[in-house]
Design a protein around this ligand. Sequence first.
Ligand code: ZN
Length: 357
Amino acid sequence: MADARQAPADAAPDAADRIEFPFEPPRPDGEVVALAPGVLWARMPMPMQLDHINVYLLRDDDGWFIVDTGLNLPRSRELWASIVEQHFDDLPLKGVICTHFHYDHAGLSAWLTEHFDVPLFMTHGEYFTMRTLAGPPPEPLPPSLLQFYVRAGMPRERVEEMFAKLRRDPFMPPHPRAFNRLREGQVLAIGGRDWRVVIGEGHSPEHACLYSESDRLLIAGDQLLPRITSNVLVSDIEPEANPLELWLDSLDRLASLAPDTLVLPSHERVFRGLLPRVAELHAHHAEQFDIVRAHLRQAGAATAFETKMKLFPRLLSAVEDMMALGETIAHLSWLRYSGQVRRVLDDDGLYRFSLAN
Ligand SMILES: [Zn+2]
């Protein structure tokens, strides 16, 4: 939904139609790139296929806020110390804002808030999800968790193996003991600029984006990435959830912001082109729905695990496998809640999905 607001002079005239990347990214070594007065972009390296996360530094009158932290790794801690030393103009860190609980975003929140003695800002949904999921998965696995994956068609040994790998996850961080709650619509006044909290759902329970309407800036977290798609999954915690509906609705809410907004995402490059990117993401999920429907038409009936092989045919690591299965169930659930797909629990204790007509 475009509106009649005037585009700032420096915005490209066709910014509403195309995705553009107006800035070269910073090296993940403590370098920063200025995006607007008092808004800096830095990168933390990650030793995984997605090899970095973007973090943003917001200058207030008497100090700085940072948005997202990077993984809980010695190298990220070194880089934060160096960024504070080199780019904060002798002003202190005032607070840590985390868009959501995932450990590339909040993994250093305990260290940063303790080391610099500053508060954490996070939504209620994200903070308590972080605390609930802290630490390794329980052993033995709870029956409800096993049942969720077995019903989805994943062999029990593979479930055990997947969670055994997750127990050895080296990045699981400690969490801060307290937080300041962010809420939908709340305004954070930082350095003469108002940042409005815009909540998104689907990728995580209560993901906070920050929007400056006057400067057309959106700190988007994982709610809007320029090239890769964010994981939207169903897990054993909320097996009957319909997160794709929440996700697609959240995208539409972001599409109502000014079309020439500069989007500051958590991965890849800062971009303009909010509307075309939202349209691409809708198209991506429409394609996924087509693949699922085609598979069910051909197979007659299939488990989520079998359907996953069609959506994500590559061989996947334990974490990727869980995300891929969860994302497949999210697509099946969306189709089911929209009346296009039926789900039946068969005599073998497996959910079998088929086309409704
Ligand atoms: Zn995330």
